[in-house]
Design a protein around this ligand. Structure first.
Ligand code: BGC
Ligand code: CA
Length: 261
């Protein structure tokens, strides 16, 4: 490579510099303008960006706030709807629960009442069964809702009645043909029955007046002494029937205790 050397290089350079300085001086206004425009444009861009940022941020914030507010309101609405829906459901369920509880209480109280009634009935039946068993085991005979006891010793009519009363019974009251037939089967001899005369009128030991009677033929005759004020059952000429007899006589007797099973 060949080197080119200028002998007057410094002068040329100086002249170029001088000429350049002259040309630079002539080109400076355009450059400055260009620079000014560029700088201005840059500033405008910066300003624009700043404006965009400063203006859009508030706009974005406002939009975001609006959106969030709407979402909040929607959620609030949904929540309220949900709460209201659940309140209705809770109200219905509470009503159903209360109704079921009321029905359960009714059933329980009804059952308690039934249990109380059944317990009372059971106790009453047990009491009657015990009484029935007790009399059955102590020589009493049962016929048509009554127990009958035949004495083994003889007493006056009044003492006989007292004995029956002590046994929780009374002298027998015969108030049907069926009962008369049953008593006839028990008669061993003379036996006091619950019939006596008060103020000349025959009545049973429970105070009822004599209605249906089964006197022996010719009785009551108030025989001899005229004090035959008590009733007995005995053998008549052809059957067993009633006779009026003095109350002071000693005879066997029949007690009766009414007891429905
Ligand atoms: C009795 C009377 C009864 C009479 C009937 C007597 O032994 O004491 O009451 O009327 O028998 O023949
Ligand atoms: Ca008589």
């Amino acid at each position: 490579m060949e080197m080119v050397v200028f002998e007057n290089e410094p002068e040329v350079l100086m002249e170029n510099i001088s000429n350049k300085g002259h040309r630079d001086t002539s080109a400076a206004p355009g450059l400055k303008l260009y620079r000014c425009v560029a700088v201005s444009f840059g500033l405008l861009c910066i300003l624009q960006v700043a404006l965009n940022i400063s203006l859009r941020l508030p706009l974005n914030c406002e939009a975001r706030t609006k959106q969030l507010t709407e979402e909040r309101d929607e959620l609030k609405g949904n929540l309220n709807d949900s709460i209201l829906g659940h309140e209705d459901e809770i109200k219905i369920l509470t009503g159903e629960r209360d109704e079921l509880k009321r029905r359960l209480d009714d059933i329980i109280s009804g059952n308690e009442a039934k249990i109380k009634t059944l317990t009372g009935e059971r106790d009453e039946l047990k009491r009657r069964l015990d009484a029935f068993t007790h009399r059955s085991h102590n020589g009493w005979l049962y016929f048509s809702h009554s127990f009958y006891y035949i004495s083994q010793i003889k007493k006056t009519w009044h003492d006989s009645r007292n004995d029956c009363l002590k046994r929780g019974a009374d002298l027998v009251i015969i108030n049907s043909r069926e009962e008369q037939e049953f008593i006839k089967g028990l008669v061993q001899n003379l036996m006091w029955i619950g019939l006596s005369k008060r103020d000349g009128i025959w009545e049973w030991v429970d105070g009822t007046r004599l209605a249906q009677s089964f006197w022996c033929s010719g009785e009551p005759n108030n025989h001899k002494s005229g004090n035959e004020d008590c009733g007995e059952i005995r053998s008549c000429s052809d059957d067993h029937g009633w006779n009026d007899e003095e109350c002071s006589y000693s005879s066997l007797w029949i007690c009766e205790k009414k007891m429905a099973l």
